[in-house]
Design a protein around this ligand. Structure first.
Ligand code: ZN
Length: 374
């Protein structure tokens, strides 16, 4: 692959740089602009590609459909600047999860052009609390090591969400962590004390913080309290529908490496109407995805919109970018993505001054449709 050079405002691990970025599949070098060149503020903005650790679907496709669905979903999200993602399952009967995992396994092993790289699986369910399912269908299964190992052998699980207060789950956390899985608390009716015990047992993060867990009350701090008091990492859905901006600001002060996910569903990138989420029927209306009952059911968010939302809340662009790329990469222990540095994969998103995506590079290759996201 012949090297490409881009000129712009480049976010590097040590801060902003005006200059040139040269890459083939990986970043080759960064050159600061010579002081004789006038630096214009309307240079293109070059950020590391987004890394979304919680994606269910997009463009009327749901990863639970198995087969090619994960690749199709990865293509849609790539157009919005996502260069890596975790394919996320829903609570479902074992055979349905297995079907989704088989599709994901192929998508992970045989990545396609123009599709975000799928780094593994986020197993969200079936090890959840029947009391806090949200949009997850009522098919919870009590977690066992054997079942997790069985799933993990089909497709690599990088993140697993469970409710730690369910009998048997707390004791499993050390073994799951030892498998290299980041265990997260989510869809949980557990108390603050359950959360602290789970963190001690090796829990690494929280799934869509605030949503699907017990809230903070000053006498009963709940799972949210456990996260705010003790977590280093947690995921959050910044569509400004799932979490009030004030709660986002609270979490930003409390959790150093709060990072963002979309929790995007099949309705993402589609007009208002009726869609499926796993086995559930959902409705997209006014930017939200809801069950017939009215409760939120995943999102219609994309990572470029997440970036604009964070900046609209007053976050500096570099801070917002870290929460969409670098922190999720660090969380997974991936050192050669999520940052623009020599040797890292050339996963790049090029934005204009309005933070609209202009171009996306996936491992150095320009995405065909990068300039016109749907
Ligand atoms: Zn989800």
């Amino acid at each position: 692959m012949a090297p490409t050079t881009l000129y712009g405002r480049i976010l590097t691990p040590t801060g902003w740089m005006h200059g040139e970025l040269t890459f083939d599949q990986r970043v080759i070098k960064l050159n600061e602009a010579s002081t004789r060149v006038t630096v214009s503020e309307d240079l293109p903005i070059i950020l590391p590609g987004f890394i979304d650790l919680h994606v269910h679907g997009g463009h009327n496709v749901d990863i639970m459909q198995g087969n090619r669905s994960a690749i199709d979903v990865a293509k849609i999200h790539a157009r919005h600047g996502t260069t890596s993602m975790l394919g996320t399952t829903m609570t479902a009967p074992e055979a349905d999860i297995e079907h989704a995992l088989r599709g994901l396994s192929k998508a992970i092993r045989e990545p396609e052009k123009d599709a975000a790289r799928i780094l593994g699986v986020h197993l969200e369910g079936p090890f959840l609390s029947p009391k806090r399912l949200g949009a997850q269908p009522p098919v919870v299964i009590e977690a066992t090591l054997a079942l997790t190992e069985y799933f993990h052998a089909i497709a690599p699980i990088r993140v697993l969400t469970l409710a730690p207060e369910i009998a048997g789950h707390l004791g499993l956390i050390p073994a799951l962590s030892a498998m290299g899985i980041r265990v997260q608390i989510g869809h949980s009716a557990g108390s603050y004390e359950d959360g602290v015990a789970a963190l001690r047992a090796g829990v690494a993060g929280f799934t869509h913080l605030f949503n699907g867990m017990t809230g903070l009350n000053h006498y009963q701090p709940g799972m949210v309290g456990a996260a705010l008091a003790h977590a280093n990492y947690a995921e959050l859905i910044p569509d400004l529908q799932h979490v009030h901006p004030g709660a986002i600001r609270t979490a930003l002060r409390a959790i150093p490496r709060l990072y963002c996910v979309t929790d995007a569903t099949a309705a993402t990138g589609m007009p208002d109407g009726e869609y499926s989420l796993g086995s559930q029927q959902v409705f997209k209306c006014l930017g939200c995805v809801r069950l017939a009952s009215g409760s939120l059911a995943g999102s219609a968010l994309t990572m470029d919109q997440a970036l604009r939302n964070l900046v609209s809340l007053g976050l500096a662009l570099d801070d917002a970018s870290n929460r969409l790329s670098r922190f999720p990469a660090d969380y997974l222990g991936v050192q050669d993505r999520g940052r623009i540095a020599p040797g890292a994969w050339a996963d790049l998103v090029v934005l204009d001054q309005q933070l609209e995506v202009r171009h996306v590079f996936l491992e150095g290759r320009l995405l065909n449709s990068g300039s016109n996201p749907p």
